[in-house]
Design a protein around this ligand. Structure first.
Ligand SMILES: Nc1ncnc2c1ncn2[C@@H]1O[C@H](COP(=O)(O)OP(=O)(O)O)[C@@H](O)[C@H]1O
Ligand SMILES: [Mg+2]
Length: 142
């Protein structure tokens, strides 16, 4: 993925969503993004922006539940995985994570990718989300 807009600093959830919207233009089917960074750093917010940028409904994007993978309909389907509560690699496999990574029709956006480090597809782009001063967030390439 060639995305000239990073690194970015955002001062609000709206601004983080806007980065996701703009970055969506650079995504192609088969791409995978690892969204790294601590809780509350804006990963899910960014996913809302990507879904909106691809013509989907950002309101469909939810924060972690007990479902590992969510699918959102959009120009390019978005497969959103939140692995925060993942207990084991076996659980990831059982949830069909590898099959999602092998699907070449959509883009995979993975929160807490460290939980399945060895399973992420080759060529995955890593984005790092972090808290910064004054409630800001930074998004940079890993
Ligand atoms: N600049 C910002 N970018 C993104 N979220 C922000 C920002 N400032 C405050 N927030 C708040 O931080 C939280 C980010 O949550 P979320 O996107 O779910 O983070 P994560 O998925 O990384 O845990 C939200 O409650 C959001 O309103
Ligand atoms: Mg999240």
């Amino acid at each position: 993925m060639d995305a000239p807009l990073l690194p970015a600093t955002t001062a609000s959830p709206d601004e983080t969503r806007a980065v996701g919207r703009r970055l969506a233009e650079f995504l192609a089917p088969g791409d995978a993004l690892a969204l790294s960074g601590e809780l509350g750093a804006g990963k899910t917010c960014f996913v809302q922006g990507v879904v909106e940028g691809l013509g989907g409904n950002p309101a469909d994007v939810s924060s972690p539940t007990f479902t590992i993978a969510h699918e959102y309909a959009a120009r390019i389907p978005v497969y959103h995985m939140d692995l925060y509560r993942l207990a084991s690699l076996a659980e990831a496999r059982a949830a069909g994570l590898v099959e999602y990574f092998e699907r070449m029709d959509g883009v995979c956006l993975v929160e807490w990718p460290e939980r399945v480090a060895g399973l992420m597809p080759p060529g995955t782009d890593v984005l790092v989300f972090a808290h910064a001063a004054g409630g800001r967030r930074t998004i940079s390439r890993g």
